[in-house]
Design a binder for this molecule. Structure first.
Ligand SMILES: [Mg+2]
Length: 287
């Protein structure tokens, strides 16, 4: 009976999972890696897809904003290309050496005995390389990335009737002019990625995540908005502005202990309770 009472007093931590984006979240925007990604995407759109140079920057920004990734947007409006080719052009040529090991973040993550999962729109090789450069390769239980959400054997041809006239690897200049000039209703993308709800549903299912007990770290406000709507507790990394969709805002991931002391306090309380239980069990009772 006494043991049962004691057991019932062990506080259940509020969170049992930490879900992390990678790019511009685990390392800062000012590292310059994202600028290089954008440069490579622009070059891909111009040289591989034949989109006129003067239209590329505007299209790139608009597609990224509408679809979460430029790649998802390009596929939505009818460009067909090989995903691996895209990823090796955009990510495969990045100057990863600009990312340095981050022992501060590593020790913060390792000090929390809560499961940690990566949720990124990027391809697996990119995620692994970034984690390796930061020295965080052993800090996560699982990785949800492009390949997880877009398995190779999945048919990726858009079946939307609106897309029927857009198939082919190159679109007409007329279409591109129209796309840039109007705010037409945009076709759906066949790519599964944040910030769309379906990507979150899949991630929760694959990684067995209960959103109500999970903290979600991301630098994209759109991803956080969807995440919040789906029950996640949200942390905007790289910003000091809280909004209604954001529970916490951190200038840097390094500030997580100051912003979320309850994570460490919950662990300390659990350890204290566990210690007092051990002492109680090991102390001989004198009759
Ligand atoms: Mg990001």
């Amino acid at each position: 009976m006494e043991y049962e009472d004691r057991y019932q007093h062990v506080p259940k931590p509020k969170y049992d999972c930490l879900l992390f984006d990678v790019d511009d979240t685990l390392y800062p925007l000012h590292s310059g890696l994202s600028d290089q990604v954008t440069k490579n995407i622009i070059e891909y759109m111009n040289t591989k897809l034949g989109i006129p140079e003067d239209k590329v920057p505007e299209m790139c920004v608009r597609l990224y904003k509408e679809y979460g990734t430029t790649m998802a947007g390009l596929r939505a409006i009818g460009y067909n290309f090989d995903y691996d080719d895209y990823h090796s052009f955009v990510h495969g040529r990045l100057p990863y050496e600009i990312l340095k090991p981050d022992p501060v973040l590593k020790s913060l993550l390792q000090s929390l005995p809560i499961r940690k999962v990566i949720f990124s729109n990027a391809n697996e090789e990119h995620v692994e390389t970034v984690l390796g450069r930061l020295g965080l390769e052993d800090c996560f239980e699982g990785v949800i990335c492009f390949e997880t959400l877009n398995p190779i054997n999945k048919t990726d041809a858009p079946d939307n009737k609106d897309n029927a006239n857009l198939k082919g690897s190159k679109l007409s200049t007329d279409f591109i002019e129209k796309f840039c000039a109007t705010s037409q209703v945009l076709p759906k993308t066949p790519v599964v990625c944040k910030p769309f709800e379906y990507a979150f549903e899949q991630a929760f299912k694959i990684a067995k995540i209960n959103p109500q007990r999970t903290l979600f770290f991301d630098d994209s406000i759109r991803n956080l908005q969807t995440g919040k709507g789906m029950g996640l507790h949200t942390i905007w990394v790289g910003s000091s502005h809280r909004t209604k969709d954001v529970d916490y805002a951190l200038e840097s991931i390094h500030n997580m202990r100051e912003a979320l002391p309850e994570l460490w306090e919950a662990i300390e309380t659990m350890e204290e309770v566990h210690y007092s239980e051990m002492v109680a069990m090991e102390t001989p009772v004198k009759a």
